[in-house]
Design a binder for this molecule. Structure first.
Ligand code: IDP
Length: 161
């Protein structure tokens, strides 16, 4: 198969997915990554990272007027997170489905939050809510050169390339 065929189609998009400190502390990293791998999305960036306060505040800046904002920032900086970029057609909406509702009690069984969490303030994982926010968050959490430009060789078996 010629390498020129192994390009993700133009409809492809990227999502910023983050395993929050509770997910890392609870040993859920492998399980969570596995769900995105099995779905067929392509991993383009991955790092364990201790979040500085100002980055946590910037990431959640849309929520800064909410009463839970200080607790949310404290939660996000409370230990290492796993930062990821996943790519594929429809990845933003699909990842939101894999992750489940914000309040884990409303999250369906089989979703990450449905399977592993109880309260919104310890809901294990983050996923971008729009392609535009995906790009905003990737730029916030990853430096130039930290993402890897590659295509999985299995891509024609996952997408109709
Ligand atoms: P999302 O993560 O499902 O997109 P957002 O509304 O963007 O949900 O909220 C961001 C994060 O803020 C949530 O994932 C959750 O950790 C936290 N959060 C949202 N609502 C509440 C709440 O009512 N109490 C405590 N934490 C909350």
């Amino acid at each position: 198969i010629s390498s020129s065929r192994l390009t993700v189609n133009a409809a492809s998009e990227r999502s910023y997915i983050m395993i929050k400190p509770d997910g890392v502390q609870r040993g859920l990293v492998g399980d969570i990554i596995s769900r995105f791998e099995r779905k067929g999305f392509a991993l383009k960036g991955l790092k364990l990272f201790q979040t500085p306060q100002d980055l946590a505040e910037e990431h959640y800046s849309e929520l800064k007027e909410r009463p839970f904002f200080p607790a949310l920032v404290k939660y996000i900086v409370s230990g290492p997170v796993v930062c990821m970029v996943w790519e594929g057609p429809g990845v933003v909406a699909s990842a939101r489905k894999l992750i489940g509702a914000t309040n884990p009690l409303n999250a369906e069984p089989g979703t990450i939050r449905g399977d592993f969490a109880i309260v919104s303030g310890r809901n294990v994982v983050h996923g971008s809510d729009s392609p535009a926010n995906g790009e905003r968050e990737i730029a916030l959490w990853f430096k130039e050169g930290e993402l890897v430009d590659w295509e999985p060789t299995v891509l024609p078996w996952v997408l109709e390339l």
